[in-house]
Design a protein around this ligand. Structure first.
Ligand code: SF4
Length: 298
């Protein structure tokens, strides 16, 4: 990519790549990691219907600083505006660094008070950014604050660390999180090549600490948009005891049109997978539609 184009892409959507992913890109420059991590001039194409915030995320919430509630039974708490890898296909691309993030003890106390005042809330999703960009002490403080509320059944941590920086998942952290008996982890592997020995070890630490781990893939053109690729990914996830949970159709977000798989093709893949995978390895194909209250099956 020419340097001025690179500057334009980087200015609009900053580039950040973990040392671990960089090492894998060096080994396989045309592979799945390179496509997900390296900037492309295609990100500058402004396609009709592609907007920075189709779900008006910036407008949701205001209920409490750093807390978003779209559903009566669960809330999302923004814990960080940083990730180890700025995925080029990220739904929050362009929004991450404008996010309201719960930073101080006072803000966390206000978020907890908000949940207490809404007894229908049973599940708290710690999100961002990636919550595991925080220190163990801070992550555990977030988890403890919500897990200790009797109304809360689950504290879900949305993190891509097992894939992008598996060394972040230590036995100490996994054991401490597992001890709450309410923590669930949702991660994101998009291609079977991401399930390296290090990544499998990170998943095993979580699972062996008693933490249910699920995977949310994004259907990405040229990376995993075939039945064979997804069968390989989901089978490997099942062997790792990570439940293949969702495959997301790419959202209509500005800067990621080049990753979008045509809906007809996505539906064809979704129809074929049950012929090749058992129920426990079979993800649900879903999409978010602007204006829709919840995820919809393809
Ligand atoms: S880890 Fe998740 S939130 Fe962070 S850039 Fe990647 S897709 Fe976006």
């Amino acid at each position: 990519m020419k340097s001025e184009k690179w500057e334009q892409v980087h200015a609009r959507y900053p580039v950040k790549i973990s040392a671990y992913v960089l090492e894998h890109i060096r080994k396989d420059p045309g592979g799945a990691w390179a496509r997900q991590a390296l900037p492309s001039v295609d990100e500058l194409i402004d396609e009709p219907g592609m907007v920075p915030d189709p779900f008006a995320e910036k407008g949701v919430a205001a209920c409490c600083y750093g807390v978003k509630q779209r559903f009566p039974n669960r809330v999302l708490v923004m814990t960080s505006d940083q990730c180890a890898l700025n995925c080029r296909h990220c739904t929050r691309k362009g929004l991450l660094h404008q996010a309201e993030v719960v930073l101080t003890a006072k803000q966390l106390a206000a978020a907890v008070a908000y949940v207490k005042a809404h007894p229908l809330v049973r599940e708290v999703l710690l999100s961002g950014g990636d919550p595991l960009m925080l220190s163990d002490t801070k992550v555990l403080a977030f988890v403890k604050a919500f897990a200790s509320l009797p109304q809360i059944d689950a504290v879900r941590i949305g993190t891509r660390m097992p894939a992008v920086n598996p060394a972040r998942i230590t036995q100490t952290l996994a054991k401490k999180l597992g001890a709450f008996k309410k923590v669930w982890v949702n991660t994101q592997f998009n291609h079977v090549s991401e399930l390296t020995p290090e990544a499998l070890c990170a998943c095993a630490l979580l699972v062996e600490a008693g933490i249910p781990v699920s995977n949310q893939s994004v259907l990405l053109k040229g990376i995993n948009d075939s039945v064979d690729e997804l069968v390989a990914l989901c089978s490997a996830l099942q062997r790792a005891r990570v439940r293949p949970y969702y495959v997301f159709q790419c959202d209509p977000i500005a800067g990621i049109a080049h990753f979008r798989v045509p809906l007809a093709k996505a539906r064809r893949i979704a129809r074929e997978l049950p012929k090749r995978l058992g129920g426990l390895a079979l993800p649900r194909f879903v999409c978010d539609r602007p204006g829709s209250p919840c995820k919809q099956e393809l």
